[in-house]
Write a protein that binds this ligand. Structure first.
Ligand SMILES: Cc1cc2nc3c(=O)[nH]c(=O)nc-3n(C[C@H](O)[C@H](O)[C@H](O)COP(=O)(O)OP(=O)(O)OC[C@H]3O[C@@H](n4cnc5c(N)ncnc54)[C@H](O)[C@@H]3O)c2cc1C
Length: 427
């Protein structure tokens, strides 16, 4: 059994390790065009400040760990095509050597491509996207001597980058077309987060940029008829699936532009799997297609594909679940499962309720179906965010109803159960 995995991000690395765990004898080859191993993109803005940082590597997915598990890594090598009927892939190495490799099972984990709006000036020098750590380190070197930076987009990575640049003493502008983390957060949660953004950051809300300013290099951006001068412009406007290889191999794309996969992460072509930012999964609740370019989802999908590729029927139910956590501007931000925006897009009937604990600067949004089943939640908190996020995750995973498992017990309720554990039933 020879398994070839294309991509060394969380999806590819997790697939290699899972396949090895379930099949000690399979031949596993991992091909990546990058020269560096899988790394954390959360926190990748750190490379702006410290371009040579080693902190973002993930020890469990290092080349040494994979080599010890007999996973053969071909770095600096691109897969440029192939033939699924013959089960072959065409490779080009960094020194332009071409070769063909045969596989029994293929796992495509080619990630995403930055989704940059098609505006005049976006190709000018001085316009950047942050995708890989190598990009970020390179941008860090360029930005070192610059003063003023515009970030377009206010998702996790845009805000993380803004925080890092502010720490580096830059003059930071953020351009936000609608509101902070529109897809992931409820409107009032966005407002709460907005109130926690340091006042030194210049926020430009409510308009999309119309062009990048400059003739031979970017000197700013035009937004809502207003010109914002800057030395660099960073587009942090999300990713779209990288399906270049899948299309060359003749795989059909789904309605959202990703590679459609079933719950085993198998594509329409038997024995060919796909995971991570390049795929379109099925939302278990509505049956609708979803894109989820999130590292933890890619890793879970990789695990599923690795296990399926070696012939196991095991299905992990949590694969398509969204889980994102970050700590930005002194606030824990946790997003689990559906928000009202993603639920609405899929035609799911939902209700949203809120919990607040002002003493802990904590605000929680809970998204439930009309039958009170918890399907998602968001937490903003000065601390304990991950703890509450975990409690939400547990309930979303088990399909719990909030009435049966309230998220936060009242102090009185906590005291009562403590007493009952010690003294027996009190009522
Ligand atoms: C700045 C930033 C911050 C982020 N923050 C978070 C966060 O806080 N939390 C979170 O969960 N997620 C975060 N993400 C998203 C997360 O990093 C991605 O969802 C995750 O990396 C996707 O993993 P993947 O395995 O699908 O692909 P990737 O990690 O993108 O890896 C793709 C791999 O495919 C290889 N490849 C592509 N095409 C070919 C080819 N033809 N031949 C050979 N190799 C090829 C590349 O070399 C690479 O190794 C962030 C992303 C960015 C950009």
């Amino acid at each position: 059994m020879k398994i070839v995995i294309v991509g060394y991000g969380p999806g590819g690395a997790a697939a290699a390790l899972a396949a090895r765990t379930f099949d000690p004898r399979a031949e596993i080859d991992l091909v990546t065009e990058e020269e560096i191993p899988a790394h954390k993109k959360p926190g990748s803005a750190l490379a702006l400040e410290d371009p040579d940082t080693q902190e973002l590597y993930i020890p469990d997915w290092s080349t040494e760990v994979l080599a010890a598990k007999k996973v053969q890594i071909h770095s600096g090598t691109s897969v440029v095509g192939g033939d699924l009927s013959k089960k072959t892939l065409d490779l080009v190495s960094a020194d332009d050597q071409t070769s063909t490799v045969k596989f029994d099972r293929l796992i495509i984990a080619t990630g995403g491509i930055p989704a940059v709006p098609d505006l005049p000036g976006v190709d000018l020098p001085g316009v950047h996207t942050i995708q890989s750590m190598a990009d970020t380190s390179q941008i860090g070197r360029v930005l070192k001597d610059q003063r003023s930076i515009v970030i377009v987009g206010a998702g996790f990575s845009g805000l993380e980058t803004a925080e890092r640049l502010l720490k580096m003493g830059k003059d930071v502008h953020i351009v936000i077309r609608s509101r902070l983390m529109r897809k992931q957060l409820e409107e009032s949660m966005s407002e709460e987060l907005l109130s926690r953004v340091p006042k030194r950051i210049h926020l430009h809300l409510g308009s999309a940029p119309s062009r990048v300013l400059g003739s031979d290099r970017a000197v700013g951006i035009e937004v809502g008829g207003k010109e914002i001068a800057a030395d660099s412009v960073l587009f942090m406007t999300g990713v779209r699936p990288n399906t270049i290889l899948a299309e060359k191999l003749g795989l059909k794309l789904g309605s959202l532009g990703g590679i459609p996969v079933n719950s085993r992460m198998e594509t329409e072509s038997s024995g060919v799997f796909a995971v991570g930012d390049c795929v379109e999964m099925t939302d278990p609740l509505s049956g609708g297609p979803i894109l989820m370019p999130v590292g933890s989802t890619a890793a879970r999908a990789g695990r599923q594909a690795g296990v399926a590729a070696v012939g196991s029927d095991k299905i992990y139910d949590d694969t398509p679940l969204r889980l994102q956590y970050d700590h930005i501007f002194g606030t824990d931000i946790v997003v689990v499962g559906h928000s009202s925006t993603t639920a609405r897009d899929l035609g799911i009937d939902f209700a949203v309720s809120y919990l607040e604990d002002p003493s802990e600067s904590t605000k929680v949004a809970l998204v439930t179906t009309e039958k009170d089943r918890l399907i998602g939640g968001q937490v903003l908190g000065s601390r304990m965010g991950s703890r509450i996020g975990y409690e939400i995750l547990k309930r979303v995973e088990t399909g719990a109803k909030l009435k049966e498992q309230p998220l936060l017990k009242s102090r009185h309720g906590q005291l009562l159960s403590l007493l009952e554990r010690t003294l027996g039933p009190i009522r």
